[in-house]
Design a protein around this ligand. Structure first.
Ligand code: COA
Length: 377
């Protein structure tokens, strides 16, 4: 068709909007939230601090952080009908399906949150505080663990582990999860964040935008790679078998999960940090099998394909050593990324422009309408 610009499949390389939230430098391997390098944030801050940074565009003072923590403590508790809804769901439902449906249901119990706008910051905090509880209520119900109790004194990472495992974690375990939450909190216009912004750009509300995002994150091409890394680790078994198994997969043109990235042309900086945490948690538990195996896999994949690890290579090994079931890995991603989703939705409301691209039509245009009685099978 004359005059139609070329199709950018998957919107690759399309610059869709301006944002001040997140910058990925794929050549230098840097990830920046609101001007701060992820390496500094992972070393020095907490998930709550990062969520505040993404929402307000600046780091909190001590008093502001304490206030946000106190708010999270209160907002964690779910309305009773929402708990009833979760515990009426099929026990074999996937936690991501449960999360999507519950985020949507929660909107019905939040008066005033049905409208978009700056006031949605309250909804952003509510959703961020509530997701660990939603996951905890469902996981405990399906596993026969005791119901969750209010633990307002726990920081977000410790609360998430308590909600899922029914025990208050050690400082080291909580810090490992805190760092993982910091590293997953935002990543520019990834598919789920874009989905959230598309929904918000129609002037729909924050809960609808986050429901879209959870449904998008659920897809295996987005949120599920770390689970698949664990399947590969189970298949490999011991570090000595890594070389042979990876060679076999590459010979069969299989993709090795946890490697490669659309944006990073060097090592994903999140992988560098999580590699170190995988070693620390492994050594603390006297079990370096995952870490040693992944190092070997890295060596082979880099030698054979020149590919670098991404964020998903080491995160699953950390979660597994903490005792978290594999189907909760993507929901943990959501528990972190909700900070980024909601920050982007708030930014969209500030500078709203309906997101509505065009398609190149490749079908016919002059068919003759045939009445139904005259149509052949
Ligand atoms: N294992 C083996 N080969 C890989 C690979 C992987 N993980 N990732 C990319 N490649 C190869 C492709 O086969 C292709 O090779 P070819 O040119 O010989 O056909 C080349 O590298 C480019 O791949 P392409 O799919 O065009 O790159 P992309 O930038 O679109 O892909 C991913 C990015 C993330 C989709 C891709 O690297 C991938 O599938 N990784 C595994 C899944 C994963 O870890 N996802 C989490 C991302 S954070």
């Amino acid at each position: 068709m004359a005059g139609v610009p070329p199709v950018q499949r998957g919107l690759e390389d399309v610059v869709a909007l301006e944002s001040k939230i997140c910058f990925i430098d794929g050549r230098e391997g840097r990830l920046i939230y609101e001007g701060y390098d992820i390496r500094d944030l992972a070393a020095k801050s907490s998930f709550e601090e990062v969520a505040y940074l993404l929402w307000y565009g600046r780091l909190p003072t001590g008093a502001q952080l304490a206030e946000l923590r106190a708010r999270f403590g209160v907002l964690r508790d779910l309305p009773a009908p929402v708990v009833e809804l979760i515990t009426a769901m099929p026990k074999d439902a996937t936690p991501m399906d449960v999360l999507r449906t519950t985020v949507s249901a929660l909107a019905l119990f939040e008066p005033g949150e049905g409208k978009p706008g700056a006031s949605s910051i309250g909804g952003a905090q509510r959703l961020t505080a509530a997701i660990p509880t939603i996951l905890g209520v469902f996981h405990r119900y399906r596993s026969g663990l005791p119901p969750i109790r209010s633990r307002p004194e726990l920081a977000q990472a410790a609360y998430l582990l308590y909600a899922l495992l029914d025990r208050v974690p050690s400082e080291l375990d909580a810090r490992a999860v805190d760092v993982a939450l910091i590293l997953h909190a935002d990543h520019e216009l990834n598919a789920s964040t874009f989905a959230a912004r598309v929904t918000a750009s129609t002037l729909s509300d924050l809960y609808s935008a986050v429901t879209s995002a959870v449904g998008t994150l659920k897809g295996p091409l987005h949120g599920g790679a770390n689970e698949r890394v664990m399947e590969m680790l189970d298949e490999i078994g011991t570090p000595e078998r890594a070389e042979a198994v990876v060679h076999e997969k590459l010979a069969q043109h299989e993709r090795i999960m946890g490697f490669g990235h659309r944006v990073y042309k060097v090592e994903d900086p999140r992988a560098t940090i999580l590699r170190d945490w995988s070693r620390r948690i492994g050594e603390e538990r006297g079990n370096r099998r995952y870490y040693d195996t992944l190092l070997k896999v890295e060596e082979v994949v880099h030698r054979e394909k020149g590919l670098y690890p991404n964020v998903d290579l080491y995160s699953g090994s950390i979660y597994s050593l903490l005792g978290i079931p594999h189907d909760l890995f993507t929901p943990i991603f959501a528990a972190s990324r909700v900070a980024g989703w909601t920050a982007h939705v708030l930014e969209e409301y500030q500078d709203l422009r309906l997101i509505r691209p065009t398609a190149k039509y490749v079908g016919p245009t002059d068919l003759t309408y045939v009445p139904i009685a005259e149509r052949a099978g």
